[in-house]
Design a binder for this molecule. Structure first.
Ligand code: GLT
Ligand code: MN
Ligand code: MN
Length: 387
């Protein structure tokens, strides 16, 4: 493997302002390291060859500060983006941190909270437009319940849809070049979250007034927490042209949201995911929503960031080698993989029914064949292990 492992901006790697500089606070312990200032963060990204940065309104501009102060913080961000050439690739709203969101944001039982949440989002959509961010993420961290009796789920989904339709209406009216990407998660911080998986969220998007303006921002950790295959979820999102953004990180199954360095845990799943993305039409950011281990310190947090990108590039190179390997081509043929791309019966017609009904199938022979998946899968493992 002699491909390059050092990232360049053309790779479109991006990080959120809340990621590399995460101070290590968790529900059981306080910060373990000082935060990184926005300017140092953006300069650091440029130094390691990253391309983009994303932010929550409250990461960038002090919550509740006077407008003049918020404007100064925004202008300072724009200045460092100009200096470094780092792109603002995505924006999002913090609708989870402040105690007022404890019962939800767009789905809080309190109508005032719901109206405030939409106002907060509209304000930051203006900022996103000013910064040229093409994607606006919505992670409904607090949209859910502990007590299922506390919300009629149909009312909650009505209110969620109402908020999304309103936001889309605003972006259309303002003629902003922005699409929304909804981020599913099954639980945490709520006991149960509305729109818990990729599948639920895609079905919900179909009910919206402007479904083309809304897609997905799936995250490795979140589908894995739900015990689902992230690969299959992303593949279906791509098939439905709904992959608008992606949050890459890693996760052990059945745990709290770990947001681990990309490629640090499920290496086979990560290989398949990178191969899927690299062979797809997706050309959005490869966005890392991960954080350094809580016991990391100093420049170690930048080692974490480099590691995310290095592993992605390594897996992309492995995926190319895999696809070019003649043994893989033979194994795919033995598995009849190309045959799945051949239409089965075509469009419905009476003639096609006649033809199908006359066909004789050798059921015993069909049951007796094998699909040689063991050889194929071992080639995946051999490639990852480099043997
Ligand atoms: C938060 C969450 C992430 C979301 C971010 C966007 S914030 O860190 O855990 O998965 O992508 O709101
Ligand atoms: Mn996460
Ligand atoms: Mn995320």
């Amino acid at each position: 493997m002699n491909d390059r492992l050092t990232p360049v901006p053309e790779d479109k790697f991006a990080f959120g302002l809340w990621t590399i500089g995460h101070p290590g606070r968790d529900p059981f312990g306080d910060s373990t390291r000082p935060p990184i200032t926005t300017a140092d963060f953006v300069r650091g990204l440029a130094d390691i060859g990253a391309w983009g940065v994303s932010f929550h309104d409250d990461d960038l501009m002090t919550f509740g500060a006077p407008e003049s102060e918020r404007r100064a913080e925004l202008d300072a961000f724009k200045k460092v983006l100009d200096e470094t050439g780092v792109v603002c690739s995505m924006a999002t709203t913090n609708l989870f941190w402040h105690p007022l969101f404890k019962d939800g944001a767009f789905t809080s039982n309190d109508r005032e909270v719901r109206r405030y949440a939409i106002q907060k989002t509209l304000r930051n959509i203006d900022v996103a437009a000013e910064l040229g961010a093409p994607t606006y993420v919505l992670w409904g961290g607090r949209e859910g319940v502990e007590s299922a009796a506390s919300k009629n789920p149909a009312d909650a989904l009505d209110r969620y849809k109402e908020a999304m339709d309103f936001l889309c209406g605003y972006v259309k009216e303002k003629k902003y070049n922005i699409r929304f990407a909804m981020e599913p998660k099954p639980n945490e911080p709520r006991g149960d979250t509305f729109l818990p998986t990729i599948g639920h969220t895609m079905a919900f998007i179909n009910t919206l007034e402007y479904p083309d303006m809304v897609g997905l921002n799936p995250e490795v950790a979140h589908e894995t927490m739900a015990g689902l295959s992230f690969f299959q979820g992303v593949a279906q999102a791509l098939w439905q042209e709904k992959l608008y953004h992606i949050d890459l990180n890693d996760q052990k199954i059945g745990r709290f949201d770990q947001d681990l360095r990309f490629g640090s845990e499920g290496i086979k799943d990560d290989f398949m995911l990178v191969r899927l993305l690299e062979n797809s039409t997706y050309d959005g950011p490869k966005h890392f929503d991960a954080r350094p281990y809580r016991n990391e310190w100093g420049n170690g947090v930048w080692d974490f960031a480099r590691g995310c990108m290095r592993t992605y590039l390594a897996l992309a190179a492995k995926a190319r080698e895999f696809d070019q390997d003649p043994r893989v081509k033979d194994a795919l043929a033995a598995a009849s993989t190309p045959e799945l791309a051949v239409s089965t019966v075509g469009a419905y017609s009476a003639a096609a029914v006649d033809q199908l009904m006359q066909e004789q199938f050798d059921v015993a022979a069909l049951a007796a064949r094998g699909y040689a998946n063991e050889t194929l899968d071992q080639l995946v493992i051999d490639r990852i292990l480099g043997i």
